[in-house]
Every structure is written in structure tokens, then in C-alpha cells.
Design a protein around this ligand. Sequence first.
Ligand code: HEM
Length: 156
Amino acid sequence: MPKRVHLIAGILGPLCLILFFGSTLLVELFGSHASVAQVKSWIVFPGLWIMIPAMAAVGGSGTFLGKSRKGRLVDAKKKRMPLIAANGLLVLVPCAIFLNRWAAAGSVDTTFYLVQAVELIAGAINFVLMGLNVRDGLRMAGRLRKSPARGTGEKC
Ligand code: HEM
């Protein structure tokens, strides 16, 4: 059960992030102010309401699964998780909430674009960290071949 929860939530979290990131870029580049406001609103609801529980589930189930595992891959995943959580809760969530409020109020000014840039950079960082956790997770689960040159010292 924790394995299944971890797999589903571990795919859902990064998927949400790439959806938020891609839709933000597309709408900022090609959309009207009204469509920017609509996307910002969808990111907060239902977006964050799906992504935050998914990330909590991935952290909880991952910590549980990690108890019985040792090695470089699990250690790396453990180190990345607090960075992902801090970046998500302290940067991405507040950015999404403020951008939604400002877009809804029509105040799309320099501050809006500055915060938008911060959100995109923080989102890209989290996407890379999550991607590395997915890769290492799939390797640990034996679904992805380990890199032959470096080896992993990991027991599957
Ligand atoms: C953003 C955070 C994370 C993501 C996206 C993620 C993603 C994944 C994925 C996709 C798998 C493959 C599951 C499968 O094929 O059945 C996996 C496996 C695994 N993950 Fe994570 N994970 C994350 C965090 C963590 C954390 C914090 C730990 C604990 C230290 C952890 C421990 C494990 C373990 C032990 C496995 C192997 C499970 C098995 O033996 O089948 N993960 N992870």
C-alpha cells in the first residue's frame, strides 16, 4: 500500500508542477489578462488542493519506505525532500496565492512580473529536484536501469 501511494503521489506531484509551469508560461506569453487571471485561479483551486496533499503523501510514504532502505539513492532522496517542501511551502504557495489575488484585481504590474519570475525559477528548481527523486525512486524499485559507469551501491 505505501508503495502504491508513493508511486501515484510521486508521479502526480511533478505532473501538477509541470502543468502549472507550462500553463503559466503559455498564458503569460500568448493569453489575455482575463486568461492569465483564470489560470492563476485554477492553480490555487483546484491545483494547490491536489498538489499539496500529493506532496505530503509522497513525503510520508517515502519516509516510511525509506526506513528499511540504506544507500546513496535513498540518502539523496531524503536530502532533497526538505528542500522541495521548503521551496514549495515558503515560495511557490505564497507566490501562487499573491499572483492569483493580483491578477483577479487586475493589478498586473512590475511587482506581479517580479513575483511571477520568482515563481517560475522556484518551480523549475523543484521540478529538477522532484525529477531526480522520481529517477532515483524508479531505480530503487528496479523499474529503471542503474547507471553502469557509476554504480549505485544500492540493494534492490
Ligand atoms: C518529491 C519527492 C519524491 C518523489 C517525486 C518520489 C518518487 C518516487 C517514485 C516515482 C518511485 C518509484 C515507485 C515504484 O516504482 O513503485 C519511488 C520509490 C521510492 N522512494 Fe520516492 N519519491 C520522493 C520522495 C521520497 C522520499 C523523501 C523517500 C524517503 C527517503 C523516498 C523513498 C523511496 C523508496 C525507498 C522507493 C523504493 C520503493 C520500492 O522499493 O519499490 N522517496 N519514489
